[in-house]
Design a protein around this ligand. Structure first.
Ligand code: SF4
Length: 346
């Protein structure tokens, strides 16, 4: 099979944060050689019409040589790579050159995540001082005409702190200050997918009776961001309702497509970017098994998770691992991934 496009993302250096909501999961930071970017591209090249490469899948621009890495990834990719709206606030407050560089590559908006007041945000990001750094990062971005986009993950234990976030947005006058330089401030909240670290927060996952506690301004920003009319369209449905529907669904499914994205961890294990890179999804090791074997495993759905989804009817997975009484909220796809991950583990 010749792929149309393969995107490879290497977790070269990891991340300075240890977020409680991290869908990628918390794993130790690595220290890959820069030459591994070239090796990865060369390895995948003969299997696809186009190859795109990124030097990160956790924290972008984390290492001091971020400009060199960005340049190299661009050189080696079949077409220019995007610098997404994801930035390193860790670097923003430590490296004065960084924001200038982000401006120079025409970044217009940058995402930052706040969970409530200082103590709660530091707790969720897993690092003392994170909240203060985020506030400083907001000012740095605005001073360089980059609009902050604030994201909040909500659970039962921080939903009442949304009022703090609403007051903060108003106090900092973010909408008007962004408009002054022709930018656009945005905000959105959601519960996140239930995988990686966030799966550990299942017990405090929001239920529909929590949603009226979302302040009006934050709700309207969120609806605008997602282009929805109803907040339930953002949060999905109760587990009970999904269980009811999916426990009669006999379908199976493949995750194979012609333009896959692969995550390569610090030890060169390869995973499709469907959920947290974890053992049930592992396609093999780039160094020990080689690209051909890894891609064969992907195409033939040889990982435990792909194989399970391809061969076990969805109703069996849901009935085995779902909770038919739970009012927790999920989007349908996130719920399927959640029960599949559980099914593969036990
Ligand atoms: S959510 Fe992002 S910043 Fe937080 S630990 Fe995960 S990769 Fe790092």
């Amino acid at each position: 099979m010749k792929f149309k496009e393969i995107t490879v993302c290497l977790d070269m250096y990891g991340c300075p944060n240890r977020c409680k909501h991290c869908w990628l999961g918390i794993t130790p930071n690595g220290n890959m050689e820069v030459s591994e970017i070239r090796s990865a591209v060369n390895g995948f090249k003969s299997f696809a019409e186009h190859v795109q490469v990124y030097d990160w899948y956790r924290e972008p621009d984390y290492r001091d040589n971020y400009k060199e890495l960005y340049r190299l990834c661009n050189q080696l990719s079949s077409r220019p790579i995007q610098h997404f709206e994801l930035v390193s606030f860790w670097r923003l407050v430590r490296d004065t050159e960084y924001v200038k560089w982000l401006s120079s590559i025409a970044l217009k908006s940058a995402q930052l995540t706040i969970f409530g007041c200082e103590e709660t945000t530091d707790f969720y990001i897993g690092r003392k001082g994170a909240y203060k750094e985020i506030l400083e990062a907001i000012e740095i971005l605005i001073n360089h005409k980059i609009s902050p986009r604030i994201q909040t993950f909500i659970n039962k234990n921080n939903i009442d702190e949304l009022e703090h976030i609403e007051r903060l947005i108003e106090f900092l006058d973010l909408e008007n200050r962004c408009m002054d330089f022709g930018g656009h401030f945005s905000f959105f909240l959601h519960q996140g997918s239930c995988d990686g670290e966030n799966e550990k927060l299942y017990d405090i996952r929001v239920t529909s009776d929590d949603l009226p506690r979302i302040p009006a301004l934050l709700k309207s920003y969120t609806l605008k961001h997602f282009g929805k009319n109803n907040i339930m369209d953002v949060f999905g449905r109760t587990e009970q309702s999904l269980y009811e529907e999916l426990s009669t669904d006999h379908s199976t499914s493949t995750y194979v497509n012609v333009s896959p994205v692969f995550y390569i961890d610090k030890d060169f294990n390869v995973y499709p970017n469907i959920t947290a890179p974890s053992l049930p999804w592992c396609l093999g090791n780039l160094k020990k098994d080689g690209v051909g074997t890894v891609l064969d495993n992907y195409i033939e759905s040889n990982s435990l998770a792909q194989r399970t989804r391809l061969t076990v009817p969805l109703c069996d997975i849901v009935k085995s691992k779902g909770d038919k009484t739970s009012k927790r909220l999920f989007t349908k796809d996130d719920y399927i991934t959640f029960v599949l991950n559980k099914y593969c583990r036990y």
